[in-house]
Design a protein around this ligand. Structure first.
Ligand SMILES: Nc1ncnc2c1ncn2[C@@H]1O[C@H](COP(=O)(O)OP(=O)(O)OP(=O)(O)O)[C@@H](O)[C@H]1O
Length: 517
């Protein structure tokens, strides 16, 4: 076989007492997409970051074109053509793609016109169209992901290491991204793709490298692998099938009435009405867009719509996050960084938003021991690894931060749960466990809104699916015994309106008990 462009061998890395990598390696060849998989905390990000020069290994070697190298930092690796797109996107959202490209990868000497031209070229190579001059904050998460990839390509990456670029994307966007990556690979780029999604491994990758507990357990061609085998390699066990939720109670807990929201003059939510009953799980599907995050924010009282109102029971919580929080609304945002504070410890994050409660404060002073007990308990119950309450949350792997965030929010036994991308970044076993927890919370009476790019996930646990298209409710599709009308659902997701006219859905429309079983 040809000499790999980038190869890491026998790499070892410890963080304090945690051995993140133990003798792991990876070879990336020109024209090849290699999926890097493993459960949460397996060491995938650590491996990618070592290869990209962000972290220094404790032991092991790295070679480029067969020649040993020793990165002194990210710049060394970038200069050798190693591009890296992190799990938490790094571009500044108030700046446009061109501006980010100029202050980041391209360097201050590059001029704007030339920067824009090379970005256009890399978008062309990827086969995607991105607005170059719009602040990134106005783009959807998948577009921002593509923007960082395009910028890495534009600075001449021969190797692209992507840390879970697809975890927040829906099936159509995943297909689009995988197709874009395949096009890039066909032009000679070597791609290392960290992912949890088995379909990507099977459909998008040429080769699969599996890590478990920091050790390499498999490296071989993707062809001939079946989903169960990949799942087994990743978690070392079979994943049990999930449970469906029981019928909801006929009591509307959360109600959004004719919500209208605009961002910079652009309509994001248009006449959106939704009623969620106690014990009900409503899934929100649709092509990933800014509307979904906006809906989550409005339901949690975090954003003031231009028109319409949000009721928690009889209480108006529109644009009032304190009333929403006090009334028992839990919110798990799409971007983990908005929910977990990386510099605070696991214990502090676990008790965040509760510091005023008597259990966590006495005479105005924090009860640090109580915070630690809370951190220990949540970490134990939610399988956050490593379970060390004093550890900075930023030192947890992405998936473990997600478990911590969900654990904190659901531990309050909220009346309403608004969760965006509940299992993003989680391995298949952890994702199944989280879905189980959401079903359990609904069985205990919570009204749950699950916004997810993963349609299978929505279909697995929801009573009804609300389809958002272009900021409007295109349809509300009931699930009978979990089996939706896929044609109707597909049409709605594609933007066709077939159900109730947007905004005219009766807010308190009860779900027939037989629909909800
Ligand atoms: N800066 C750090 N300080 C302390 N521990 C760390 C640090 N970075 C990573 N770790 C630990 O190293 C281990 C491997 O983490 P890594 O982020 O590489 O896992 P991962 O496979 O990418 O997981 P995920 O799928 O959840 O993102 C984890 O136990 C993590 O807590």
């Amino acid at each position: 076989m040809s000499v790999p462009i980038l190869a890491g061998d026998a790499l070892t890395k410890a963080f304090g007492g945690t051995l993140a990598l133990q003798g792991a390696g990876l070879s990336l060849h020109s024209g090849e997409v290699c999926a890097i998989v493993g459960e949460n905390g397996a060491g995938k990000s650590t491996l990618a970051r070592i290869l990209a020069g962000i972290l220094a290994p404790d032991a092991g070697t790295i070679a480029v074109d067969g020649m040993p190298v020793r990165w002194r930092g990210r710049r060394d690796a970038a200069a050798a053509g190693i591009g890296f797109v992190p799990q938490s996107l790094s571009f500044v959202t108030t700046l446009s793609l061109v501006e980010n490209h100029l202050i980041g990868g391209a360097g201050w000497r590059a001029d704007r016109r030339k920067g824009a031209r090379t970005l256009q070229e890399s978008c062309g190579r990827l086969g995607v169209a991105l607005p170059l001059d719009v602040p990134l904050g106005r783009l959807s998460l998948p577009q921002r992901q593509l923007a960082e990839i395009a910028s890495a390509v534009a600075v001449g990456a021969r190797v692209l290491l992507l840390d879970e670029p697809t975890s927040a994307l829906g099936p159509a966007e995943v297909d689009g991204l995988v197709a874009a990556l395949r096009r890039l690979a066909a032009s000679g780029t070597a791609i290392g793709l960290v992912t949890h999604r088995i379909t990507e491994v099977l459909n998008g990758a040429d080769r699969v490298s599996v890590l478990r507990g920091g050790r390499p357990v498999f490296d071989g061609p993707a062809a001939g692998l079946i989903a169960d085998r990949v799942a087994h390699l990743m978690v070392g066990a079979a994943v049990p099938p999930g449970r469906r939720p029981a019928a909801p109670r006929r009591e509307v807990r959360l109600q959004a009435e004719r919500i209208v929201l605009e961002e910079g003059g652009t309509p994001v939510l248009q006449d959106v009405s939704l009623a969620v009953q106690a014990g009900e799980i409503v899934g929100v599907a649709g092509v990933a867009s800014a509307s979904q995050a906006a809906l989550a924010d409005v339901l949690a009282g975090l954003r003031q719509p231009r028109a319409g109102r949000v009721l928690l029971g009889a209480r108006n919580i529109t644009g009032d996050p304190v009333a929403a929080l006090r009334g028992g609304v839990a919110h798990v945002p799409e971007e983990r960084a908005a929910g977990v504070v990386p510099d605070l410890s696991l214990a502090e994050n676990a008790s965040l938003l509760r510091t005023g409660e008597p259990a966590f404060a006495r005479f105005g002073l924090r009860r640090v021991r109580a915070e630690h007990r809370q951190g220990d308990r949540i970490a134990r119950e939610w399988d956050v690894r490593p379970n060390r309450s004093g550890l900075a949350a930023g030192a947890l792997s992405g998936g473990n931060q997600q478990k911590l965030l969900l654990g904190r929010e659901l531990d309050r036994k909220p009346a309403v749960i608004v969760v965006h991308g509940p299992t993003q970044g989680l391995d298949i076993a952890a994702a199944a466990a989280i879905r189980e927890r959401l079903v359990e919370a609904a069985s205990e009476g919570a009204a749950v809104v699950v916004i997810s790019a993963d349609l299978d996930e929505i279909l697995a646990i929801s009573h009804r699916v609300v389809v958002l298209a272009a900021g409007r409710i295109a349809d509300i599709v009931p699930l009978l015994d979990g089996a939706p009308d896929m044609v109707r659902l597909g049409r709605a997701i594609g933007g066709a309106r077939s159900g109730p006219r947007a905004g005219t859905e009766p807010p308190a429309a009860p779900v027939a008990a037989e629909e909800a079983v």
